[in-house]
Design a protein around this ligand. Structure first.
Ligand code: CU
Length: 232
C-alpha cells in the first residue's frame, strides 16, 4: 500500500513497527538458542551434562518479554486511535467542507457499491471526491455485511445492515485508488470492487451537477415512454 491520506500514514508506520518487532523476536530467540547450544554442548560420544537454570533468569527473561509486549500493545492502540481521527480540511480542498467533512453515503449491496452525494446525485462502483478535502463516508448495507476497503486511503471498515459505520480520509493528490471487497458477501463478492477517483474541487462540483442532470433526464425519458404508452 502507498499512503495517500493522514490515517494511512499511521497504519503504514504501525505495519513497519510490527514487522521489526517480529523480526527482533525471531533474531533474539535464534541468537539465544545458538549461544546456549554452543556454550553448553558436550564432547562427542560423551553424555551431555544436565544443567538447571536458576529462577532468576526465568523471571528476568519473562519481565523483558512482558515489557516488550506491553509496549507494542500501547503503541498500536495509540496509532490506531490516531488513524481513526477525522482529518482537517486542506487549504486547497472543497470550500464547502471547511468546517465539517464532506459527507457521502456509501451503500453496499450484493454486489455493488452505491454512492449518494449531498446534492441528490448518485453513482455506482466509482466514487468521485475532491482532493485535499476531509471526506466522511457513511457506510450502510441493504443485505449482508460488506467491507469497504481502499487501502491507500483508509483502513477497512464494515458496512453492516441496520447500522451506520464511518470511514474518514483526506486524499493528498488526484488519481484513482482501487478497492476490493474484504469480506465474503456471497457468490459474486470477488467482483464487488470499487474505485475512488480523486479530482480537483471544481471537477467534483461539475461531476455531481452533471451526474444529477443525467439522472433527471434519464428519469424524464422513462416518464415520457410510459406516457406515450411505449412502456406498459
Ligand atoms: Cu460485498
Amino acid at each position: 500500500m502507498t499512503p495517500h491520506s493522514p490515517g494511512t500514514d499511521q497504519i503504514d508506520t504501525l505495519l513497519s513497527i510490527g514487522f521489526f518487532a517480529a523480526a527482533l523476536v525471531v533474531v533474539a530467540i535464534n541468537v539465544a538458542l545458538i549461544y546456549a547450544v554452543r556454550k553448553y554442548r558436550g564432547e562427542r560420544g560423551a553424555a551431555p551434562r544436565q544443567i538447571r537454570g536458576g529462577r532468576g533468569i526465568q523471571v528476568r527473561v519473562g519481565a523483558v518479554l512482558t515489557v516488550f509486549a506491553a509496549a507494542i500493545f500501547i503503541v498500536s492502540i495509540v496509532f490506531t486511535g490516531k488513524a481513526r481521527e477525522t482529518p482537517a480540511n486542506g487549504d486547497s480542498g472543497l470550500a464547502a467542507a471547511k468546517s465539517s467533512p464532506l459527507t457521502i453515503k456509501a451503500t453496499g449491496q450484493q454486489w455493488l457499491w452505491r454512492y449518494d452525494y449531498p446534492n441528490g446525485a448518485f453513482s455506482y462502483y466509482k466514487l468521485v471526491v475532491p482532493a485535499d478535502t476531509a471526506i466522511k463516508l457513511e457506510l450502510l448495507s441493504t443485505d449482508v455485511v460488506h467491507t469497504w476497503n481502499v487501502p491507500d486511503l483508509s483502513g477497512k471498515r464494515d458496512a453492516v445492515p441496520g447500522k451506520t459505520n464511518k470511514v474518514v480520509f483526506r486524499a493528498d493528490e488526484e488519481g484513482t485508488f482501487e478497492g476490493a471487497s474484504a469480506s465474503l458477501s456471497g457468490q459474486a463478492y470477488a467482483s464487488m470492487r470499487t474505485a475512488v477517483e480523486v479530482v480537483s474541487p471544481q471537477a467534483y462540483e461539475d461531476f455531481i451537477k452533471q451526474q444529477k442532470a443525467d439522472i433527471e433526464s434519464a428519469q424524464g425519458r422513462v416518464v415520457d415512454l410510459i406516457e406515450n404508452g411505449e412502456v406498459p
